[in-house]
Design a protein around this ligand. Structure first.
Ligand code: ADP
Ligand code: KDG
Length: 313
């Protein structure tokens, strides 16, 4: 029942106050990474999961590995003695807005290559989860992605692909063909509505889904933020409204959503159930700051679905 999530995790410094970064006196240190966010989301839902990636032989690398293990995520990590763990800064120029800067060119994670992968672990897993971020990091990580997907296909492992376009890492002209090639090799594709439009040129959700499904994946899920999500899986279409929550930080909502969807897929749940749990996870992930910290466990999902008094006694 295990999942392997492959990608780059990185140190994350978040401005402790609203305002220009150069005037902010302190920052909070944590870590992020779309694939490890998904891994944590899965672990909280009780799914055995391993994060696979390359870290620097440094304090940030130790922080990432330590935190993943603390969250119950296995770590299939190689260490790069010559390159640092990447870092990103998140500033909050105004209430309700945030801006990210990456310090990841030449990082250990961007030197991930096929020889760093534990291919047997991928062949033995039920699901391999990857994102377009790894494809953006360079030729070697792109080759690693291909090798990982090859291994998944050899082992009958379901390939889950979340587009996760990061315009700060590469331009759409180079990114789109790479995303479309990955989508064609995946079984489950997740895309934000803006990403679905980028890949297909379509504006209408059903047209986006049809165009993505035409690439080959049996399941396509389009995430539409506070407007919910729509999916087509093995010919069945379903739509799910977002759960109304007081959202304080929407970063990581998509990763929590993916974790909820994959957990229910592994449990053999219906498409409607997959989307409902996914939407609950996405909504709850927005209720506290951090890229993964607010990813829910089953009890939190149950409380959201039941509704009622927010005070627990
Ligand atoms: P991404 O983080 O990949 O851009 P979205 O922002 O679309 O993904 O969020 C993924 C899912 O999380 C949505 O489909 C929705 O179910 C849930 N979600 C996101 N934002 C909110 C919100 N403000 N309120 C409630 N649910 C949300
Ligand atoms: O999905 C949330 C991610 O954006 C974040 O945790 C960091 O992987 C990351 C990235 O490249 O932005």
């Amino acid at each position: 029942m295990s999942v392997v999530a492959l990608g780059e995790s990185l140190g994350l410094l978040v401005a402790s106050r609203i305002g220009r970064l150069e005037l902010v006196p302190t920052m909070d240190l944590g870590f992020g990474g779309a694939e490890s966010n998904v891994a944590i989301g899965l672990a909280r839902l009780g799914v055995p999961v391993t994060w696979m990636g390359r870290l620097g032989d440094d304090a940030l690398g130790r922080l990432v590995e330590r935190q993943l293990r603390a969250e119950g995520v296995g770590a299939a990590v190689t260490r790069d003695p010559e390159a640092p763990t990447a870092l990103m800064l998140k500033e909050r120029p105004s209430a309700g807005s945030s801006a990210v800067s990456y310090y990841r060119a030449g990082s250990a994670g961007s030197r991930l290559a096929p020889e760093h992968l534990d291919l047997d672990r991928i062949r033995d897993a039920r699901v391999l989860h990857v994102t377009g971020i790894t494809a953006a990091l360079g030729d070697a990580p792109r080759a690693a992605l291909d090798a990982a997907v090859d291994a998944a296909h050899e082992g009958g492992t379901i390939v889950s692909f979340d587009v996760n376009h990061r315009s700060r890492l590469w331009d759409a002209e180079r990114a789109v063909p790479a995303y479309r090639a990955l989508a064609a090799r995946a079984d489950v594709v997740f895309a934000g509505d803006d990403e679905a439009e980028l890949l297909t040129g379509e504006r209408d959700t059903d047209a986006q889904i049809a165009a993505l499904a035409a690439l080959g994946p049996a399941q396509v899920v389009v995430k539409r933020g506070a407007d919910g999500a729509t999916a087509l899986a093995d010919g069945e279409r379903a739509t799910q409204a977002a759960f109304p929550v007081h959202a304080v930080d929407t970063v990581g909502a998509g990763d929590a959503f993916v974790a909820g969807y994959l957990a229910e897929l592994l449990a053999g749940a219906s498409l409607a159930e997959r989307l409902r749990t996914a939407a609950a996870c996405g909504a709850l992930a927005c209720t506290a700051p951090g890229d993964w910290e607010a990813a829910p466990d089953r009890a939190a999902i149950a409380r959201l679905l039941v509704g009622g008094d927010p005070v627990q006694r």
